[in-house]
Design a protein around this ligand. Sequence first.
Ligand code: ATP
Ligand code: MG
Ligand code: MG
Length: 313
Amino acid sequence: VSRYEADFEEIEFLGKGGFGEVVKARNKLDGRFYAIKKVKLDPMDIEENRSIRREITTLSRLHHQYVVRYYTSWIEGAESNRGSGSRSHDRQYRVLYIQMEYCENKTLRDAIEEGVDDIEAWRLFRQILEGLAYIHNEGMIHRDLKPSNIFLDANGDVKIGDFGLAVLSQAGLDRARWNDDDDDDDDCSVANIHGAGVGTALYVSPEVASGQDTGMRYNHKVDMYSLGIIFFELCYRFSTAMERITVIRKLRTPEVEFPADFSLTTKANQADIIKRLLNHSTRDRPSSMQLLQDKALPPKLASQWMQCNSGIQ
Ligand code: ATP
Ligand code: MG
Ligand code: MG
């Protein structure tokens, strides 16, 4: 019998993304809600399956106030049919379940759309930065940092979630490149990286976007680039969705061109940080640790120190 069906009661469907779908479910043993991500695995690719599990195990070691908890993961489903033809219809998929902390579905995307003042922008930026510094210190890279993947809890505090799995992004990119005419009708497969890329393109660092790496693994600086775009969005109000895209495209040029109405005098520190984060040279882009100690970053407000020192709240 399925572990998922035995242990969980499915409450609602939360959404479907590049690599699978996410549901809200109640654990029958502890009565709590969790977000469960279901990813279809290619049953033939045992090596890939192993690396995915290794990666989730690493993610489940992360414990930080501003980072979504990954509790556990398991795989269910029959092994692939032996002896049958290799047409996709004959294959039986295995499903990877990832049990995560459930976050109320308010994200940084919603906050940006409602509008964020200067103080709030710095507060949110610092929390994301602290979460990222922790993630990077643990040797992990997020890889899919964007406002819709950053949740806000009931106190308005940040929870960085929805990590892009390294194995999936790597395998997906390779496969997309080698096998562009994949006619597999399985939307959850890693081949669907193209679809996943659409909403992500504005946040992806130039070194990843150009895809010119040959065997060299990306480093934590890819997250810093995404952070630069996110911080800009926290500091600047777009009037239309179209304007958002045009403005961000200009920021993404090597010159990091700001819109004319972005006040470089009243927002000098913000502009300075954004410019450095959007540097196309990964070496000149600051790391999360460097930025936390940077003089352009305003000190924490007293209320935020108290919050931080008293632990969870
Ligand atoms: P992408 O793959 O590009 O990140 P996505 O975020 O829309 O796309 P998924 O990552 O599959 O797709 O997530 C699907 C939905 O589940 C999204 O609406 C997301 O906000 C929600 N979700 C993901 N993780 C959690 C979580 N821990 N708690 C609550 N909702 C979550
Ligand atoms: Mg997401
Ligand atoms: Mg996702």
